[in-house]
Design a protein around this ligand. Structure first.
Ligand code: AMP
Ligand code: ZN
Length: 475
């Protein structure tokens, strides 16, 4: 039974989707004004793992992630880059897709953009106005927070506490400092759309209320985002959607902990950030995903190079097993034995861990235990035991594909893709390995070493063990 910690109720709850086996999930996506940083990547990768686990459990997940393509930061960037806001958004949407592709984050079913939903946004603001939750001051429309009884229920704060702590800029036009913009009157040189309140553009919060219900319904299952969005963004989304639609907005609210640097949130505005594309030049996507998956998604996580290097090192064990499996399977041995291995027991442990509010760290530990056990079995066979047939490797691979690849993305069996991508011909390498073995048998070590060197120049590293010689592609 899957339990999820719900920010709204502040407890772990049994996951009961509204319309099983369908699950509707919305994650706040990037504001497309720059390359995303590795802190943002934590939200994208964590939500990807959660989605993939739900799919693994047999749910049919409809996954929506918005792209915020009208925003102050985009306008600022367009001025800096002396180009239009559309061009800025287009450029960074392209970069976003490239980067999540490299991080093996599965694509959402829909990536709605604010600019593509202007009429829906205007309609929702009109609805809020008619119901008395919005007021217009000279072309600026605000949400009247005092009118919504449940305000503060997500962040767990009372309105007066919020008012006292609000670092929201004072604005003479607002009745209450907590009131927020639904529609912003256009300023000189800014992009605008026509509306019943004059030329302007929507506020950020209304975009998510509109796009989530448009694509997932007025009440949907899961809404996720980084911790920084609980207040005010998600609090405001609830206020807007529940006031307009008169029904609960979201069943389960999930929030991802910050990725910190020296215990301070990584963010663009503080300048303490690394872009995901920079980090990807130093570390593999698998290592970045492992680094995140080894921590609890809700908790804070500190970023530093040593931790990523450690994740990369940890992956070597998995990578070696991948190589062994691929090479054994290519031999397709039908004789021999299928050693006993209780795969189901390992899989049950992964499920138990993940069912407990997505305890990825524990699930990953099970994968490493499994790897250890498989290596033990292989070593036993190599040291005079019986030959292992392909059946065994097939079962091991299928399990790892369902879990390490399918849920976590920390393994990759498509060695051939990597190899051919790197311009490497597997058959040729196998021939060289055979030639080297022959040379070694004839005690011609000079030739054996020469072959090893030649392969190294091709970017292929050999590893000798009792089981024979395997190879891997090095960067
Ligand atoms: P943004 O592009 O700033 O709107 O953020 C996109 C997503 O990344 C949102 O879900 C944010 O909550 C999340 N996010 C931003 N900074 C961090 C961070 N340092 N750690 C984790 N998630 C973050
Ligand atoms: Zn949002």
């Amino acid at each position: 039974m899957l339990k999820i910690y719900n920010t709204l109720t502040k407890q772990k709850e049994e996951f009961k989707p509204i319309d099983p086996p369908n699950v509707s999930m919305y994650v706040c996506g990037p504001t497309v004004y720059d390359f995303f940083h590795i802190g943002n990547a934590r939200s994208f990768i964590s939500s990807d793992i959660i989605r993939k686990y739900l799919e693994y459990k047999g749910y049919n997940v409809k996954f929506v992630m918005n792209l915020t393509d009208v925003d102050d930061k985009i306008i600022k960037k367009s001025i800096e880059e002396k180009t239009g806001t559309e061009q800025v958004a287009e450029k960074y949407i392209g970069a976003f897709f490239q980067d999540i592709g490299k991080l093996t984050v599965a694509k959402a079913d829909i990536y709605p953009k604010a600019t593509g939903h202007m009429q829906d946004i205007i309609d929702m603001i009109k609805e809020l106005e008619q119901k008395g939750f919005a007021y217009n001051v000279d072309g600026n429309v605000f949400y009247d927070v005092a009118k919504f009884k449940g305000y503060g229920k997500l962040s767990g704060k009372k309105i007066d506490e919020l008012e006292a702590g609000a670092r929201i800029e004072k604005n003479e036009e607002k009745k209450n400092p907590l009131d927020f913009s639904l529609w912003k009157k256009a300023k000189e040189g800014e992009p605008y759309w026509d509306s019943p309140w004059g030329k302007g553009r929507p506020g950020w919060h209304i975009e998510c209320s509109v796009m989530s219900s448009k694509h997932l319904g007025k009440t949907f299952d899961i809404h996720a985002g980084g911790n920084d969005l609980i207040f005010p963004h998600h609090e405001n989304e609830i206020a807007q959607s529940e006031a307009a639609n008169e029904q609960p907005f979201v069943k389960y609210w999930l929030h991802f902990g910050f990725l910190n640097i020296d215990n301070t949130k990584m963010s663009k505005s503080l300048g303490n950030f690394f872009t995901a594309r920079d980090i990807l030049t130093k570390y593999s996507a698998e290592a970045i995903r492992l680094f995140f998956a080894q921590a609890y998604y809700r908790g804070p996580l500190n970023f530093n190079d040593e931790l990523l290097a450690a994740a990369e090192k940890g992956l070597e064990k998995l990578g070696n097993l991948t190589d062994t499996i691929n090479q054994e399977l290519s031999k397709n041995i039908t004789e021999g034995v299928t050693p006993e291995l209780d795969i189901k027991q390992f899989e049950d442990k992964i499920i138990a861990a993940m069912d407990d509010d997505f305890n990825t760290a524990q699930a990953i530990a099970v994968i490493f235990d499994f790897t250890k056990e498989v290596n033990r079995i292989i070593a036993k066979s190599a040291s005079g035991g019986e030959n292992i047939n392909a059946e065994f490797y097939k079962n091991v691979k299928a399990f790892l594909e369902r879990t390490a690849v399918g849920i976590f993305g920390i393994m990759n069996f498509n060695a051939d893709d990597n190899l051919s991508g790197a311009g490497i011909d597997v058959e040729h390498i196998q021939q060289m390995i055979d030639k080297r073995l022959e040379a070694k048998n004839e005690k011609n070590y000079a030739l054996a070493d020469k072959i090893r060197e030649e392969l190294k120049e091709l970017g292929v590293e050999l590893k000798d063990s009792k089981e024979g010689t395997t190879f891997k592609v090095v960067k």
